[in-house]
Structure formats: structure tokens, C-alpha cells
Design a binder for this molecule. Structure first.
Ligand SMILES: Cc1cc2nc3c(=O)[nH]c(=O)nc-3n(C[C@H](O)[C@H](O)[C@H](O)COP(=O)(O)OP(=O)(O)OC[C@H]3O[C@@H](n4cnc5c(N)ncnc54)[C@H](O)[C@@H]3O)c2cc1C
Ligand SMILES: *[C@@H]1O[C@H](CO)[C@@H](O)[C@H](O)[C@H]1NC(C)=O
Ligand SMILES: *[C@@H]1O[C@H](CO)[C@@H](O)[C@H](O)[C@H]1NC(C)=O
Ligand SMILES: *[C@@H]1O[C@H](CO)[C@@H](O)[C@H](O)[C@H]1NC(C)=O
Ligand SMILES: *[C@@H]1O[C@H](CO)[C@@H](O)[C@H](O)[C@H]1NC(C)=O
Ligand SMILES: *[C@@H]1O[C@H](CO)[C@@H](O)[C@H](O)[C@H]1NC(C)=O
Ligand SMILES: *[C@@H]1O[C@H](CO)[C@@H](O)[C@H](O)[C@H]1NC(C)=O
Ligand SMILES: *[C@@H]1O[C@H](CO)[C@@H](O)[C@H](O)[C@H]1NC(C)=O
Ligand SMILES: *[C@@H]1O[C@H](CO)[C@@H](O)[C@H](O)[C@H]1NC(C)=O
Ligand SMILES: *[C@@H]1O[C@H](CO)[C@@H](O)[C@H](O)[C@H]1NC(C)=O
Ligand SMILES: *[C@@H]1O[C@H](CO)[C@@H](O)[C@H](O)[C@H]1NC(C)=O
Ligand SMILES: *[C@@H]1O[C@H](CO)[C@@H](O)[C@H](O)[C@H]1NC(C)=O
Ligand SMILES: *[C@@H]1O[C@H](CO)[C@@H](O)[C@H](O)[C@H]1NC(C)=O
Length: 568
């Protein structure tokens, strides 16, 4: 689409906010919605606006103190997750296809004046308005308004999405972060069911730092991601949800036992194994932002888990990464059987196993420990009496950087690849290619290999059930990159994805951390579950009120009116 055609469709989106397309006789204005939710509908301005003196072409007065705080915390996930306009990845915030349509600082140096002095702050891919959700009625009112005005909605929780699925130009954002309830029950009975579970129930705005602390206070372990600020009830669990404990204890979708959700017809529903079972299945892998707005979710927990952790690292150079990866590839099947999960990069391995003692762990990892030490590196193998202790020691300090433009590009690697010499050689070739492209391997070892899965119980990609690794590529660009640079970066990402697909035939990908531009996304992200998920989507959201990038029901024709139009 041409820039002017694009601007026309944006103008159409703006008209919708004036209520001019109202299809019913009701008072279908934003002002009326605002009055039904105690004035909590607010304009949403870009995160870094306080640094700029021009906003959408109008002169504005910079707020130096607010700007200084944003600069100091630009790469801090807490400031972003706690702000209605805070997104971890710049592509959620900027309109990637139109390099002038953004309001960003220079991530490598947020005090770099080139980015904001004499520059115009534009709305980018940011929603126009947001509503801080406090209860089911807020969501019902917003859906009613969307239904009658045609205004588009987005749902934002922690703002970690790599695929822009929690933002969206011209949308009204439903911000769930303030839903902070937490409760624990050793015999939680899903509404209307017989069976009981040891479970924690969390409001949809609870992030992992809060859930981990609450679980610890109650002497139980909840599975979650390797980040303090990803949310428990949103995109993480609805798309799969991996933990370093997943090899033994399963994925987030395996452990969730109930959701409370407002569906696009405005109904508050309970979805579990005894009621709205189709919806429950869809919410166990079919994705966030698709079937309704979740208000709370309940998750099985374990008694306090003790485990052994190994932290192996060395300083990489141009020759010592590949031999390290060779040892890792050759040991992966054995390690999977021993319950190991964790993260491996070109020069680190941080893995945990609940099944091994410290001495068993040292023996299991002997080759890789010896190699790291020979490179002048170190190895620590230690026992932990709880997840919370490990989390505080290692997870809080190793969060993936945010406040940058970063695209993920991972694929699930099945066990079968490790079982043939050809499969292993292909992996080694892929590592060579990554290194040649100036990237380093990034491998979450999170496949639920030892988990006793009930066939068909979740709608996440069936490829998860064969997977040992999630193996990544990725791409980044700077605040002032040109469209040509961006297109070239995405073309390289596409090439890496095609290469990964060719060495993992029949497998799939974890949409949360996959290449946003995956061409066979339906097949890769949901496999045979896609058609059933689509019929459930059509049942609960027949008018397509909720839509997000490559979510269930999304169509290629929607790409042109998105901020990713240039990359299709
Ligand atoms: C730094 C970082 C670390 C990560 N670590 C891990 C990890 O260890 N394990 C892992 O599995 N993944 C991880 N991820 C990926 C993460 O799971 C996804 O980004 C996920 O989408 C985040 O969900 P969210 O709800 O927190 O974020 P958001 O961006 O707020 O939302 C993501 C999606 O969920 C939808 N959504 C959110 N809340 C609701 C709701 N209440 N109702 C309906 N839809 C909702 C949104 O509309 C959007 O589509 C990581 C990502 C980042 C950036
Ligand atoms: C997007 O727009 C371009 C140019 O207007 C057009 O050629 C293309 O067919 C459109 N693509 C889709 C999927 O609609
Ligand atoms: C909603 O009402 C509040 C309180 O009156 C007001 O501050 C706010 O600007 C209104 N929102 C919009 C979008 O007009
Ligand atoms: C921002 O950074 C400053 C300086 O590091 C710190 O004192 C402050 O607490 C941070 N603010 C927020 C909201 O994170
Ligand atoms: C901004 O513009 C003014 C006036 O043209 C100029 O003096 C100043 O150097 C510019 N600053 C930057 C950082 O570009
Ligand atoms: C939070 O919990 C309290 C007490 O159980 C309950 O009254 C309230 O409705 C809950 N809020 C939400 C948004 O679920
Ligand atoms: C949407 O509008 C239709 C009629 O225009 C109505 O039947 C339906 O109940 C509305 N849904 C919501 C959530 O308001
Ligand atoms: C958790 O365990 C500790 C130590 O065994 C005990 O003191 C505490 O009371 C327990 N807390 C709960 C909430 O059961
Ligand atoms: C890994 O296995 C391959 C055969 O598949 C072998 O050639 C190679 O030497 C092994 N590497 C190590 C470090 O054991
Ligand atoms: C890489 O580091 C190892 C261990 O310090 C060293 O033996 C090797 O010579 C280094 N290689 C290069 C190319 O620097
Ligand atoms: C696996 O789960 C099934 C069904 O829940 C159960 O019958 C079986 O005993 C379980 N197997 C193991 C090894 O736990
Ligand atoms: C982007 O800005 C940096 C300084 O922040 C500058 O060095 C670089 O040349 C700029 N790149 C482009 C494409 O303008
Ligand atoms: C990736 O790009 C290279 C260099 O252009 C090309 O040789 C290769 O065939 C491409 N791979 C795939 C899978 O598209």
C-alpha cells in the first residue's frame, strides 16, 4: 500500500472514534463509554513523549523531569510493564513500515539528543486510548462500544509481545495490569467440577515476580517464565507458556485449570474442563487477544520443588563456540531423559534438573564442564531448596533486554533431529550460519519431554509434544534505521526461518517467540488444531471484534492496513 492509501485507512480508523459509523441507535460515543466506566477512558500518548517538543505536528512543552526518568529507565521492564503506554519491544510502539511514524529514544544511549531534539513524536502503532480494566463490567461496556461504533480493541497486559499483538494503531486498549488479586487453595475445585487441585488463582494483571513471591509465601511452586515482568494469565499461558521446569512439569497450558473471561458477546464466562470446554481448550494454546478478555486464571502448583542447578560459562571467541555446541548437541537426548531444562547460548549453559543430585549433575555435565574450564571458564553446580531462591539468584539478574526493537525467530526442535547424524550435522551447520551472521545461539531447553501429557487436552502446536529445544534466530534494528534496512533485516530473518524449517521438517514453532512473518503460521503455530480453533473463534466472536497479528482468524488481507505492511 502507498503511504497515502495507508493514511486514508488511518483516517477511517479515526472516524470510527467519533461514532460516525454507529450501526445502532444507542449513544455510541467514546464520551458515553467514558461515563459508564467512571471516566477511566484516557488518551494514550507515546512512552517517550515527555522528551519531545513536537507531537503529531503540534508544538508541545517537553517535561524535563519526566523525560530524565524515562531516559534513566528506558531499558527497565518495570517502568514499562507498569505504564499503560509501556511496551518491551519497540516494534509494538512504532509503525515499522513508516520510519517517521514513531516516538523513540536511542536505545543504545537514551540521552542521545539526535533522537528527540528537533524530532516529531508520532503515535506509531500505539493505541489511541486506553481503559484501565477493574472488573468484568468495564470489559462489557468496552465491547458494547466496539460493537456499535466499529472501534477496534486491543488488550494489553505486561506488554511483552514480540508480534505487536498487545498494541495497535487506532485501537482502544484494555489494560489489565491492575487486576492484581491472588489466592491459594490446596483443594481448588474448578466451578461445577468434582476434581480438586492444589492451585493459585491470579487476576489477569499479575506478573511472574508477584506470582513467584506469593507462591513462595504459601510454600508452593508455580511454573512461569524466565522473566520477572511477563504476565501469568495473558499471552504467556494462552499461547503455551514455557518454564525451565517444563521438561518435567509441563507447559503453562498443561497446568491451567480455569479461566474467567468476558467473551465478545459481553458475557462473563467460566471456562474449565466441566463448562465451556471448547473455550477452555481454545484458551490452552489458541492465543491471547482472540477469544475474549481474561479476568483471572487458576494454575496447578507443586509443593516446594528442590532441584540442582548448573551454571557453566566461558568467554567466547571466534573458535571456541562450535566445539561447545557439538558437545551440547551430542548430549541433548541424554540430558532430556535426566530432566534438565534451562537456557544455552554460545558460551553459557544455565540448566536445572529436579531429578538429579549435585554429584549426579556433575557427572551428567562432565564433558561440558571440562570444556568450559579448558577455555578458562567456570562451572557451578548447586542445590536449591526452592524455585524462589533460584529465581532471586539467577533469573532476576538475567532478564532479556527490553526497550529495543527485537524480533524473535525461533522454531521447536524435535527429539528426532538429535537421533540421527544428519540431524545433528544440520544443527551444527545452523550454528555456523548464525555465527557467520554475527549472531549467537540462543536455546531455551523447555520441551515438556518427561511430562505425562493427556493427548488432545491443549490446543498449542502439537509440535511441542515432540520438542526438546526451542532454537532461535532473531533480528534487531536501531531507532533511526531506514525502511530499506528494516526490509533487509526481515528478509534475513525469513531466510533463517526457512533454514530452521528445513532442518526440523514436520515440527512447529512457539508463536510467542517465533518469526512474526512466518508464512505458514497457521500450520507452524497450531498444526492440525487450527481449523477447530477457528470454529471456536467464530462461535464466540462471530463479528471478529478481537483481532491481532496472525492470531486465530487473522487473514493475510489485514496485513496491508497494519504497521507491518511493508514486510509482507
Ligand atoms: C523479556 C521477555 C522474556 C520472555 N520470557 C519468556 C519465558 O520465559 N517463557 C515464555 O514462554 N515466554 C516468554 N516470553 C514471551 C511471552 O510469553 C510473550 O511475549 C507473551 O505474549 C507475553 O504475554 P503478556 O500477557 O505478558 O504480554 P502482552 O504483550 O501484554 O500480551 C500478549 C498477548 O496476550 C493478549 N492478552 C494479554 N492479556 C490478556 C487478557 N487478560 N485476556 C486476553 N488476552 C490477553 C494480548 O492481547 C496479546 O495478544 C518472553 C518475552 C519477553 C519480551
Ligand atoms: C496489499 O497492497 C498491495 C498494494 O496496494 C497489493 O498489491 C496487494 O495485493 C495487497 N495485499 C493483500 C494481501 O491484500
Ligand atoms: C474521560 O473522563 C475523564 C474524567 O472526566 C476525563 O479526564 C477524560 O479525559 C475522559 N476521557 C476522554 C477520552 O475524553
Ligand atoms: C528510574 O530510574 C531512577 C534512576 O535510576 C530510579 O531512581 C527510579 O526509581 C526509576 N523510576 C522508575 C519508575 O522505575
Ligand atoms: C535543533 O535545531 C536547532 C535550530 O535549527 C539547532 O540549533 C540545534 O543544533 C538542533 N539540535 C539538534 C540536536 O539537532
Ligand atoms: C478480587 O478478590 C476480591 C475478594 O475475593 C473480590 O471481591 C473481587 O471481586 C476480586 N476482584 C476481581 C477483579 O476479580
Ligand atoms: C452487538 O450488536 C448487535 C446488534 O447490532 C447486538 O445484537 C449484540 O447484542 C451486540 N453485542 C454487544 C456485545 O453489545
Ligand atoms: C511455610 O513453611 C514454613 C517453614 O516450614 C512455615 O514456617 C510456614 O508457616 C509455612 N507457610 C505457610 C503459609 O504454610
Ligand atoms: C559428536 O558426535 C559426532 C557424530 O555424530 C562426532 O563426530 C563428534 O566427534 C561428537 N562430538 C563430541 C564433542 O563428542
Ligand atoms: C579462544 O580462547 C581459547 C581459550 O582461552 C584459546 O585457547 C584460543 O586460542 C582462543 N582462540 C582465538 C581465536 O582467540
Ligand atoms: C499419565 O496420565 C494418565 C492419564 O491421566 C494416567 O493414567 C497415567 O497413570 C499417568 N502415567 C504416569 C507415568 O504418571
Ligand atoms: C543513527 O543515529 C546514530 C547516532 O545515534 C548515527 O551514528 C547513525 O549514523 C544514524 N543512522 C542513520 C541511518 O541515520
Ligand atoms: C538463504 O540465503 C542464502 C544466500 O542468499 C541462500 O543461498 C539460501 O538458499 C537461503 N536459504 C533459504 C532456506 O532460503
Amino acid at each position: 500500500m502507498t503511504p497515502s492509501g495507508y493514511k486514508l485507512s488511518l483516517a477511517a480508523a479515526a472516524v470510527q472514534f467519533l461514532g460516525l459509523t454507529a450501526a445502532c441507535g444507542c449513544d455510541c460515543t467514546l464520551a458515553n463509554l467514558n461515563s459508564t466506566v467512571e471516566g477511566r477512558v484516557q488518551p494514550l500518548t507515546p512512552f517517550s513523549l515527555p522528551c519531545f517538543s513536537s507531537y503529531n505536528g503540534e508544538q508541545v512543552t517537553p517535561n524535563d523531569a519526566a523525560c530524565a526518568n524515562i531516559q534513566a529507565n528506558y531499558t527497565d521492564p518495570y517502568l514499562r510493564t507498569n505504564s499503560p503506554n509501556g511496551y518491551m519491544n519497540n516494534q509494538d510502539e512504532m509503525c515499522s513500515s513508516f520510519p517517521q511514524d514513531q516516538c523513540l529514544l536511542d536505545s543504545s544511549d537514551p540521552t542521545d539528543t539526535l533522537a528527540y531534539v528537533n524530532q516529531t513524536c508520532r503515535q506509531g502503532n500505539m493505541p489511541s486510548y486506553y481503559l484501565e480494566v477493574t472488573n468484568a463490567n468495564d470489559v462489557k461496556e468496552a465491547m458494547h462500544y466496539s460493537n456499535c461504533s466499529g472501534a477496534r480493541l486491543s488488550i494489553k497486559n505486561s506488554g511483552h509481545d514480540y508480534l505487536t499483538r498487545s498494541s495497535g494503531k487506532g485501537t482502544l486498549s484494555l489494560w489489565t495490569r491492575k487486576l492484581q488479586n491472588l489466592s491459594y487453595s490446596a483443594d481448588f475445585v474448578p466451578s461445577g467440577c468434582q476434581a480438586s487441585y492444589n492451585a493459585i488463582t491470579a487476576g489477569a494483571g499479575v506478573n511472574f515476580d508477584e506470582a513467584y513471591e506469593f507462591a513462595h509465601q504459601n510454600n508452593v511452586t508455580i511454573l512461569g517464565g524466565y522473566s520477572p515482568t511477563v504476565g501469568l494469565s495473558g499471552g504467556w499461558v494462552m499461547n503455551g507458556g514455557h518454564s525451565v521446569l517444563s521438561p518435567v512439569y509441563g507447559l503453562g497450558v498443561d497446568r491451567v485449570v480455569q479461566y474467567k473471561i468476558v467473551t465478545p458477546d459481553g458475557e462473563l464466562r467460566v471456562a474449565n474442563e466441566c463448562q465451556n470446554e471448547d473455550l477452555f481448550w481454545a484458551l490452552r494454546g489458541g492465543g491471547g487477544g482472540t477469544f475474549g478478555v481474561v479476568l483471572e486464571s487458576s494454575h496447578r502448583v507443586e509443593p516446594t520443588i528442590s532441584f540442582t542447578a548448573a551454571i557453566v560459562k566461558f568467554t567466547s571467541n571466534s573458535t571456541n563456540v562450535l566445539p561447545f555446541m557439538d558437545i551440547i548437541v551430542n548430549n541433548t537426548i541424554k540430558w532430556a531423559e535426566e530432566g534438565w531444562g534451562g537456557h544455552i547460548t554460545g558460551d553459557t549453559l544455565v540448566n536445572v534438573s529436579p531429578l538429579l543430585s549435585v554429584s549426579e549433575a556433575e557427572e551428567s555435565l562432565a564433558d561440558v564442564i571440562a570444556y568450559a574450564k579448558a577455555q578458562g571458564g567456570s562451572a557451578t553446580v548447586e542445590a536449591f531448596s526452592s524455585w524462589y531462591n533460584f529465581y532471586n539468584k539467577y533469573v532476576t539478574s538475567s532478564a532479556v533486554s527490553v526497550g529495543v526493537t527485537h524480533f524473535a525467530g525461533s522454531r521447536l526442535v524435535p527429539q528426532s533431529v538429535f537421533k540421527t547424524a544428519e540431524g545433528r550435522a544440520n544443527l551444527m551447520d545452523f550454528f555456523k550460519l548464525l555465527l557467520a551472521n554475527g549472531q549467537t545461539p540462543y536455546i531455551p531447553v523447555v520441551g515438556p519431554v518427561l511430562y505425562n501429557y493427556t493427548e488432545g487436552s491443549t490446543s498449542a502446536s502439537p509440535a511441542w509434544r515432540q520438542a526438546i529445544w526451542e532454537l532461535g534466530s532473531g533480528s534487531s534494528w536501531t531507532w533511526n534505521s531506514t525502511l530499506e534496512t528494516r526490509e533487509a533485516k526481515i528478509a534475513t530473518l525469513q531466510n533463517m526461518t526457512a533454514t530452521l524449517e528445513s532442518i526440523t521438517p514436520g515440527s512447529g514453532a512457539y508463536s510467542n517467540e517465533a518469526n512474526a512473518f512466518t508464512e505458514d503460521w497457521r500450520e507452524a503455530w497450531w498444526g492440525d488444531n487450527y481449523d477447530t480453533l477457528l470454529s471456536i473463534k467464530n462461535k464466540y466472536d462471530p463479528t471478529g471484534m478481537l483481532s491481532c497479528w496472525k492470531c486465530i482468524g487473522w487473514e493475510e488481507s489485514q496485513a496491508n492496513s497494519s504497521c507491518f505492511a511493508a514486510f509482507q
